[in-house]
Design a protein around this ligand. Structure first.
Ligand code: FES
Length: 134
């Protein structure tokens, strides 16, 4: 009985080791995790300066086309107490709850919020005519 338990334990350790190596291999092989969106669904983002409101994994983000090669995805959730930013202008974001202000990069320009807005990394895939938010 003891040998059986020992065998099961060793098999379990070997399986975990194999799993961890496989995970490391996925990362090393360049397989991405992220959410892909088609530009055809967000045509405003085809042009520099274009803006779209996108829901990503149950969170609302403002995505801005900042250059031919880059996008900026900024959370619409205020870092003060979590209200949804509902005002957007070319000078930045304002929170309707207590008046915090954020610039277009998500940095605080007026309190009471102290922390910048959450940002997600992104990448444009020209071949697939899409973009990926991480
Ligand atoms: S929740 Fe945005 S300023 Fe308070």
């Amino acid at each position: 009985m003891m040998m059986r338990r020992h065998f099961i334990f060793n098999a379990l350790v070997a399986a975990i080791g194999t799993f961890l190596k496989a995970c490391a291999g996925l990362k090393a092989s360049g397989i991405e995790t992220g959410v892909m969106f088609k530009f055809s669904e967000y045509p405003d983002l085809l042009n520099v300066g274009g803006v779209a409101s996108i829901r990503i994994l149950d969170k609302d983000f403002i995505v801005t086309r900042t250059s031919a090669e880059t996008l900026l995805a900024i959370s619409k959730k205020c870092t003060h107490r979590g209200c949804t930013l509902n005002f957007f202008s070319f000078s930045g974001f304002e929170c309707p709850c207590h008046g915090s202000g954020f610039d277009l990069q998500g940095n605080v320009v007026r309190g009471p919020a102290l922390r910048p807005l959450e940002k997600l990394a992104s990448r444009i895939d020209e071949v697939k005519n899409s973009f990926i938010i991480y």
